[in-house]
Ligand binder design. Structure first.
Ligand code: NAG
Length: 318
């Protein structure tokens, strides 16, 4: 399993045609929400560490040292899975955190080039999230392979700890699966907050609008010039859930409350989308380093993605 070591984007400038929907911009978030973002980003990172998806019942820990807030909390996983027998290879855990009174559902991003190839086939498929709602078929199939592990574990944990808040998180591919998982948990009657980091677009207007309208809290966090939230492209019919919490800070810098800008709208050409020059390193750094646990120098595949966004031709080579 090789990790993608590099991603080169060549951006050919075209005319920027602004057809953006009306949007509302706010600068800055409260200290409590910032603290919650940092904690949830570390729970998303923890899903890359094998000890958190191999053997349920233990404290959530990251040997790579990038989840100190998680390790400070008194937690235990109640379900861990890595569905290597399925094509999607979906991996993650459900944990209870007694310090923060949370039930956490966390999904790992992809670590293999094969998974990324699956990610970046852009066909959509029907879902049972809502009527007429289609989503990316790879993301949806990943959630289908996870849900018989996730939903019973959430059900049991919320029966045992009814006052704990259900939170769903993930980074990258894991963020896309988290979005679909949170939507389905809400449809099943649970109140679930969703925190995603570097999520690709998950589907078309209908499902994105449906999820944006759900209550429980939708926190879609993007960072600087991370390429992944720019995919699949708007011109392929994909849009984002709203709002976007955009971290306006370069890599490896401490993020302060005022560094986060909030943009609303399924199509918002500000925030992360405004970047023309993009850098995979910004995908690997959110409030700290994400997914270092299984990091290995990977090989570059021959995958190429082309498209036009905001009047700009984008060519991505993995
Ligand atoms: C989401 O809410 C908006 C505003 O109330 C509404 O116009 C839209 O139809 C809703 N979308 C879905 C899919 O329910």
């Amino acid at each position: 399993m090789g990790l993608i070591s590099s991603l080169i984007f060549a951006v050919l400038l075209g005319a920027l045609t602004g057809n953006a929907a009306p949007l509302i911009q706010k600068r800055g978030i409260g200290a409590d929400l910032l603290a919650r973002f940092k904690l949830m980003e570390q729970y998303a990172s923890a899903a890359y560490c094998a000890n958190n998806y191999n053997s349920p019942g233990d404290q959530v820990e990251c040997a790579s040292g990038n989840c100190p807030l998680v390790q400070d909390a008194d937690s235990a996983t109640v379900a861990e899975y890595s569905r290597e027998e399925t094509a999607t290879d979906v991996t993650g855990f459900v944990a209870v955190d007694h310090t923060n009174k949370l039930i956490i559902v966390s999904f790992r991003g992809s670590t293999s080039i094969d998974a990324w190839r699956t990610n970046f086939e852009f066909d959509t498929t029907a879902t049972d999230i809502c009527s007429g709602c289609t989503a990316h078929h790879g993301f949806w199939n990943s959630w289908l392979d996870a849900r018989d592990r996730v939903i019973p574990a959430v059900k049991q944990a919320s029966t045992t700890f009814p006052s704990y808040q259900i939170t769903v998180t993930g980074h990258s591919l894991g963020a896309a699966i988290a979005t679909l998982g949170a939507a389905q948990l809400r449809n099943s009657g649970y109140t679930a907050a969703l925190y995603t980091f570097g999520s690709p677009r998950i589907g078309g207007t209908k499902i994105s609008s449906y999820i944006s309208n759900q209550s429980g809290g939708n926190y879609r966090v993007t960072h600087w010039n991370d390429p992944v939230p720019k995919l699949p492209l708007l011109t392929m019919g994909y849009v984002h859930t709203s709002p976007e919490y955009y971290i306006n800070k370069p890599n490896k810098k401490d993020v302060l409350s005022g560094d986060i800008q909030i943009y609303e709208g399924a199509i918002n050409l500000r925030g992360n989308t405004a970047w023309l020059l993009i850098d995979i390193e910004a995908h690997r750094w959110y409030f700290g380093s994400v997914y270092t646990c299984d990091a290995k120098k990977g090989k570059r595949g021959g995958l190429e993605i082309r498209g036009v966004e905001g009047g700009v031709d984008i060519v991505a080579t993995f």
